[in-house]
Design a protein around this ligand. Structure first.
Ligand code: ACO
Length: 312
């Protein structure tokens, strides 16, 4: 028996900020942003909508999509680096709003690998028969910790939330293998500084990400007992198209077999992988029985990957 995703939902803020909008705010250009990052536009949440609001909407949609009721959920895990406040956790806030009265609830912090950490943690509780259903949310309001005067980082990020209800799925579906990792010595390359802003050594993060994404993807394929030729679709963390392309090329996949949701949403950190998965499902690019690889990396430094056979 495997644990797998049985319902998905997301919440994408309405406000679109294009590269042309950013050109008016700082010394940058649409051409630079597109060619260096692959980003064309991103969504920014309104002042009155905090991370908990985005998380609640995404979670509500995922629970409806799974066809369960909120009180059947045993655990809520919210991956975020932009909680409304350190406590109470977003997980506790949405537990109450959803009416998930039987659920334990906690936030987890693994930056852009947070959704992967959430999925893998949920898998343990489901496969040990501890809980029937675990709700995993990835949510960020990165706009509130972005230094809008720093063009090196301000052009990269967006806001949003995704949610997955995890439960038992039939044999040969769900999460087949995983890898999680961390290297705290790299924390200095990507962190929230004392002013509360994202600070990043882009080149160091780039080098780490190129190496780690490819390696982790290949590792989970092997652990699942498959070859890279068996992979149907790659969902990499949507951080930079050039990093994503290098992972795709290491797997030998054609362009159309990798999500490039980054174009429309930028880097939404914990929300990026789940949001990209939903984007590609809605576009009809992922089918029942497909072998998927989801892989992410983030501040910490952290990384995580799963090989997953899509379907219930
Ligand atoms: N517009 C125009 N020019 C810019 C901009 C901008 N927005 N940003 C930087 N530049 C300039 C730099 O100042 C530099 O100019 P110089 O040569 O005169 O000094 C030039 O562009 C090149 O800068 P580089 O930093 O070398 O550009 P690079 O090709 O490395 O791309 C980038 C920068 C996009 C940040 C890249 O390094 C990258 O994607 N790194 C990884 C980022 C990432 O994945 N972060 C994950 C964070 S998610 C999380 O965990 C929260």
């Amino acid at each position: 028996m495997n644990a797998g995703i049985i319902g998905l939902g997301r919440c994408i803020p309405n406000r679109v900020v294009t590269n042309a909008d950013l050109e008016k705010m700082m010394d940058t250009s649409d051409e630079w942003i597109r060619t260096r990052t692959g980003i064309e536009e991103r969504r920014i949440a309104s002042d009155e909508h905090n991370s908990s609001h985005l998380a609640f909407e995404a979670a509500k949609n995922a629970i409806a999509n799974a066809g369960i009721s909120a009180d059947q959920i045993g655990l809520i895990l919210v991956a975020t680096v932009t909680p409304d406040r350190p406590f109470p956790s977003i997980a506790c806030m949405i537990q109450d709003q959803l009416g998930a009265h039987n659920a334990a609830a906690m936030d987890l912090s693994a930056a852009c690998a947070g959704f992967m950490y959430g999925l893998v943690t949920a898998k343990q509780f489901i496969e040990s028969n501890t809980y029937d259903y675990v709700l995993v949310v990835g949510v960020e309001k990165l706009s509130k910790i972005t230094n809008w005067e720093d063009r090196n980082t301000a052009v990269l990020f967006g806001d949003g939330a995704c949610a997955a209800v995890m439960g038992k799925v039939s044999e040969n579906r769900g999460i087949l293998s995983f890898e999680l990792g961390a290297d705290g010595s790299g924390g200095k390359h990507l962190f929230q500084n004392d002013a509360g802003h994202i600070e990043m050594n882009g080149r160091e993060v780039f080098k780490f990400a190129v190496r780690q994404m490819g390696e982790s993807a290949l590792n989970v394929i092997e652990k699942a007992g498959y070859n890279k030729e068996d992979v149907d679709f790659l969902i990499p963390h949507q951080a930079n198209i050039r990093i994503m392309e290098s992972a795709r090329q290491r797997l030998g996949l054609p362009e159309e077999k990798m999500s490039t949701a980054i174009k429309k949403y930028g880097n939404t950190s914990s929300a990026s992988i789940g949001n990209a998965l939903i984007e590609e499902l809605e576009a009809g690019k992922i089918h029942d029985g497909d072998l998927l690889v989801l892989v992410g990396f983030g501040g910490g430094l952290t990384w995580g990957a799963v090989a997953m056979r899509w379907g219930k």
